[in-house]
Design a protein around this ligand. Structure first.
Ligand SMILES: O=P(O)(O)OC[C@H]1O[C@H](O)[C@H](O)[C@@H](O)[C@@H]1O
Length: 320
């Protein structure tokens, strides 16, 4: 594992046999290589099935046994090196959206939402505990990250895959100067019809309204019903968000800790048409509820310190 690939500037030469030997668990976890050369971890436990790409440490499928998949995955998504996957849980680091100049760095180059979601991560831990599968992946600076000015960090992602899902993201600063960064678990929730869902938990919370020129607003309504393109960066909130879905007759619950920002995103019809990796009707089946520290909630880590953010998702029957 971990040989440099000159084609992409990051480590991709993973030996699949070695990976299966080191971390595979008969009947519960197996690694395979896709036609496009991505490494896919397939998880089966009594409580769920799941699929995770080491490319971006990207959880693409999580389906508790007997339920519909909880994560939306675009049927038109690319699954190839250098591209972001549309759906599942993209891992956003070290900036959110377009890179903007900060007091630490004037640079604005690099891909949208940072490089973590298009970089190969290393598998570092796997174990079955009861009916859950624990899986950890780590990211260290590669040539691409270093070229973008990020050369002294460590990121660990710990997944607990079962009847509920926990994703824990830890960032460590190994530098002698503070590390400023943004991060997000950009979770695409799968819903029956986005025009019918109710999003609860954010009443009275300030947000930046991206489609309205980043105007600062406060949400008065509860619940929130989506009626158009929605792209809101909610500030200073640790609230649990509930997504009531009358079509799939369930409520998706997103709890979190170590996160002060929540982003709610649905591109709606017009923007979906412009997204090459989203089908025209894809927007109807998703809403992103993103556990983040972004925008005004960007973090500054002192040297030799770390920060952990966690998202916990579970499904409840819809209360009528
Ligand atoms: O198309 P992507 O780079 O994956 O970004 C998808 C979306 O991510 C976040 O939710 C942002 O708030 C949106 O402004 C952005 O459009």
């Amino acid at each position: 594992m971990g040989h440099p690939d000159p084609g992409y500037g990051y480590t991709v030469a993973v030996n699949i046999d070695e990976l299966n030997e080191r971390f595979g668990i008969p009947g519960a976890l197996a690694f395979e290589t896709t036609e496009a050369g991505l490494v896919l971890a397939k998880v089966t436990t009594p409580s769920c099935t799941a699929e995770l790409y080491t490319h971006g440490a990207h959880l693409a499928l999580w389906q508790p046994t007997g339920l519909e998949p909880v994560l939306f995955l675009s049927e038109k998504s690319k699954f190839e090196k250098g591209a972001a996957i549309r759906g599942g849980i993209p891992v956003i680091f070290p900036w959110f959206g377009a890179r903007t100049a900060t007091s630490e760095s004037p640079r604005t180059d690099g891909p949208s939402h940072g490089f973590a979601r298009t970089t190969e991560w290393d598998v570092s831990f796997a174990a079955v505990v009861g009916e859950e599968l624990h899986l950890a992946l780590t990211l260290v600076p590669d040539d691409n990250a270093k070229a973008l000015g990020y050369d002294r960090f460590r990121v660990a992602l710990q997944f607990t895959l079962g009847r509920s899902l926990t994703v824990k993201m830890t960032v460590a600063n190994e530098d002698t100067v503070p590390l400023r960064f943004e991060e997000a678990l950009h979770t695409y929730l799968h819903v029956g019809d986005a025009t019918q869902i109710s999003v609860r938990g954010l009443q009275g919370t300030e947000f930046l309204d991206k489609p309205d020129g980043f105007k600062r607003k406060t949400q008065s309504e509860e619940p929130l019903h989506l009626e158009r393109e929605t792209d809101r960066v909610y500030l200073n909130t640790e609230a649990t968000v509930f997504v009531d879905d009358p079509v799939l007759k369930r409520t998706l619950v997103v709890e979190k800790s170590g996160s002060q920002t929540t982003v709610v995103w649905n591109p709606w019809s017009e923007l979906s048409h412009k997204l090459a990796d989203m089908s025209d009707e894809g927007w109807r089946e998703m809403v992103c509820v993103e556990t983040a520290n972004a925008s005004e909630g960007a973090l500054v880590l002192e040297p030799r310190s770390l920060h952990t953010m966690e998202a916990r998702i579970h499904v409840e029957p819809l209360q009528s």
